[in-house]
Design a protein around this ligand. Structure first.
Ligand code: NDP
Ligand code: OXD
Length: 311
């Protein structure tokens, strides 16, 4: 028996997903959502940023499987029924990509590449002393699937690591901080602040003037979580005042960042186009296929989103 599953993918064509599902999960009949002939018979939908009408079109959905790790978009979907279970991708190749993204940028600052870039613009030849990695303190906001992967990767280079999460963690070599009570202490001991939090009511605007001012002077920020974590005007103010040495942002409040945004020309700011980690086809399809099989067999799938906590 084949199971019909509609897919809604925000970009023009879901063809690459359709091909991967037919290769890896031939027992699932995954098709573009408009091609489903009897929408009322469908129980599982596969989505990335579904349109307003998607949920009304499939009145008997039991679960949606999100083609990404972050679920802030789908949780704010105006038509999302209360009864539907939401599953998200866990890692699915994104851990390795985040490791590369954060290692690259942490080293950019630890090894003074920002300063050398500026010097090159001025044809200036001057070396800075190289401090051991253990003297460069990296703090990670969010120690979930991706944050804990980045922590383990950076630890292998010898960086001094700490992390902030809702629940306490026992990750080797990572000092664990939890809750708002411990946030200021955590921030005060960090040279590079990496953000890998989910966007929730509790974390929106968390990188603001007050919190970023708690970082030591000369600290840097690397945000690859969501644009709404960061108050962009506050970042600009702290870069211009010299409190922050630099920042890297992969996600912005408005995406794509408009071409006339002054952020493009902000000194000290590196912008990348929401590319830190992508949902790779093979592991994503395998995870979604396993989850649908588990639900069909009456078993617990993985990656269940707890709606009350927002991630
Ligand atoms: P997880 O849900 O696995 O981890 C989230 C972490 O954040 C957990 O450690 C959690 O704590 C912590 N956390 C959540 N709320 C709070 C809070 N209020 N206070 C303190 N800590 C909190 O998420 P992932 O690691 O899979 O993904 C993280 C985010 O990365 C995604 O939500 C998405 O926004 C972003 N992302 C960005 C991509 C890009 O290309 N730029 C690609 C993929 C993801 P606890 O462990 O106690 O639950
Ligand atoms: C995600 C993303 O959340 O790509 O997976 O941002």
């Amino acid at each position: 028996m084949t199971i019909e599953c509609p897919i809604y993918y925000e970009e023009e064509s879901a063809q690459h997903w359709l091909d991967a599902f037919s290769r890896q999960c031939p027992h699932l009949d995954v098709k573009e959502w408009q091609q489903v002939e009897r929408p009322e018979e469908v129980h599982y939908g596969i989505v990335w940023r579904p349109s307003a009408e998607f949920f009304a079109h499939f009145p008997n959905l039991k679960a949606v499987l999100n083609l990404g790790a972050g679920v802030d978009g789908i949780l704010h979907h105006p038509q999302l029924p209360d009864s539907i279970q939401i599953l998200r991708l866990e890692n699915a190749g994104m851990g390795a990509q985040m490791n590369e993204y954060f290692a690259y940028h942490v080293m950019h600052y630890h090894r003074h590449m920002d300063r050398y870039n500026t010097q090159q613009d001025r044809a200036q030849w001057q070396a800075f002393p190289v401090a051991p990695a253990k003297n460069f303190r990296v703090g990670i906001l969010g120690l979930g699937e991706l944050g804990s992967s980045v922590a383990a990767c950076l630890q292998s280079f010898g960086y001094t690591l700490s992390g902030w999460s809702r629940s306490a963690k026992t990750l080797e070599g990572v000092k664990s901080y939890t809750g708002t009570d411990q946030l200021n202490q955590f921030l005060s001991e960090v040279d590079a602040l990496c953000c890998l939090l989910p966007l929730t009511d509790a974390t929106r605007d968390i990188l603001n003037k007050d919190t970023m001012s708690k970082l030591p002077k000369g600290a840097v920020i690397i945000n690859a979580a969501r644009g709404d974590h960061l108050v962009e005007e506050d970042l600009v103010e702290l870069l211009n005042s010299g409190h922050l040495r630099g920042a890297v942002v992969d996600t912005l409040r408005t995406e794509p960042l408009p071409s006339n945004s002054p952020l493009w020309n902000q000194p000290g700011l590196i912008i990348t186009p929401h590319c830190a980690a992508q949902s790779w086809l093979e592991p994503s399809v395998a995870q979604i296929g396993n989850n649908i099989d588990a639900m069909l067999a009456g078993q617990q799938p993985s990656g269940i989103v707890e709606r009350n906590r927002g991630y």
